[in-house]
Design a protein around this ligand. Structure first.
Ligand SMILES: [Zn+2]
Length: 81
């Protein structure tokens, strides 16, 4: 992990502002979902991208029982039945 070159302060409600250059660089827009990850000494913010529960692919997803599954894995599941 390397420093992003910005220093932010947390407000009274625990919020931070992600500086515009970083939002642009990481394609973050108003109302985008972000996911928070933790490391022993850090919190990592990533843009949330729904992905296949089996292989992690994020394209051509279908929802099965409210879970995202890609077409390739769906094909493999059909072959099992
Ligand atoms: Zn898949």
């Amino acid at each position: 992990m390397k420093p992003a070159g910005f220093l932010c302060k947390i407000d009274k409600l625990g919020r931070i502002v992600i500086p515009k250059p970083l939002r642009s660089k990481y394609d973050l827009h108003t109302d985008d979902a972000i996911e928070l990850f933790t490391e022993p000494d850090a919190i990592v913010i990533k843009k949330y991208a729904m992905s296949c529960i089996f292989c992690g692919n994020s394209e051509n997803l279908k929802m099965i029982q409210n879970k995202p599954v890609c077409e390739d894995c769906l094909k493999q599941l059909k072959e099992l039945s």
